[in-house]
Design a protein around this ligand. Structure first.
Ligand code: SF4
Ligand code: SF4
Length: 280
């Protein structure tokens, strides 16, 4: 079994607790306007557009018509992802859980665990299950970073080997969620309920884009919704300011909220009983 891997970051301190190896899988099932890594959204369709644009010849077309990437030649200029008309990247590769874990293993003395993100990593549940089994054998932590559009309840084997989920609640009201991500969020809230009740809701994340949806109302409603679950255990909340870096040009004009406003939103959540709120 293989997944398409966009990149592996050996050390990350922003993808869960402690130092972790972060693995980004390719492909997503929604379309967030503020997506910071839109090149992870789709699988490469081998159109070849990026090949001619690479300034150092790190891309070519193989005999099978597929794009070949030579990492040793790449100068990380990102031209290929900027010119790709399909929100993809030629710098991905298909890997088995064992191959990915072989890369993780090199970092074991220095990391507390692994976090898998995307794209949407829940599009690869069997791969995740196997990767987490391998990590657990070496006593590494295992976290999923997800948009919550796929029902976790349907993957008990994965939940068994996962420490928890860092779940996006992109907007609380369904119609507001549509504005952000193009789809409603009933499944996200169902997942939040399931994960909180089973002690697997490690963290909830909200990206604050005041120009895009009613952020204060959403944070208040999200707090009211989640507060009763605090009896099952602590829930970390990460409030993330929208920033235009990496965002597609047509969505890069939103105003960046100030730290003062984020602190105000955090106070709203503290009043509702949340102790651990991180502002980014
Ligand atoms: S990032 Fe690498 S592969 Fe892509 S265009 Fe630049 S040099 Fe070529
Ligand atoms: S990465 Fe994009 S531009 Fe390059 S071959 Fe794949 S789909 Fe085409």
């Amino acid at each position: 079994m293989k997944a398409v891997v966009n990149r592996i970051i050996p050390f990350s301190s922003v993808d869960g607790p402690g130092n972790r190896t972060a693995i980004f899988l390719q492909g997503c099932n929604i379309d967030c306007k503020y997506c910071h890594n839109p090149e992870t959204r789709k699988l490469c369709v081998q159109c070849g557009v990026c090949v001619k644009q690479c300034p150092v010849g790190a891309l070519s077309v193989g005999e099978d018509g597929k794009v070949v990437f030579e990492p040793s030649k790449c100068v990380q200029c990102d031209t290929c992802i900027h010119v790709c008309p399909h929100d993809s990247s030629p710098r991905t590769c298909e890997m088995t859980p064992e191959e990915v874990y072989a890369r993780v293993k090199k970092q074991i003395p220095f990391i507390r665990g692994i976090s898998v993100s995307g794209g949407e990593c829940m599009l690869w549940p069997e791969f995740l299950t196997e990767l987490f089994r391998l990590a657990r054998k070496d006593s590494l932590g295992t976290l999923i970073d997800s948009n919550g559009m796929i029902p976790f309840e349907q993957y008990p084997e994965l939940m068994e080997v996962s420490d928890g989920v860092m779940l996006d609640i992109k907007a609380f009201e369904a119609s507001e969620h549509v504005k952000v991500a193009g789809v409603t969020n009933e499944m996200v809230l169902k997942n939040a309920d399931y994960l909180a009740r089973t002690g697997k809701l490690y963290e909830v994340r909200a990206v604050i884009v005041p120009d895009l949806y009613d952020t204060e109302k959403s944070i208040r409603e999200m707090g009211d919704f989640l507060a009763p679950y605090l009896e099952y255990g602590d829930i970390w909340i990460k409030i993330i300011a929208y920033r235009p870096m990496g965002v597609r040009e047509q969505y890069s004009h939103f105003q960046v909220p100030g730290q003062k406003y984020l602190a105000y939103l955090a106070d709203i959540l503290r009043e509702k009983g949340f102790q651990n709120i991180i502002l980014i």
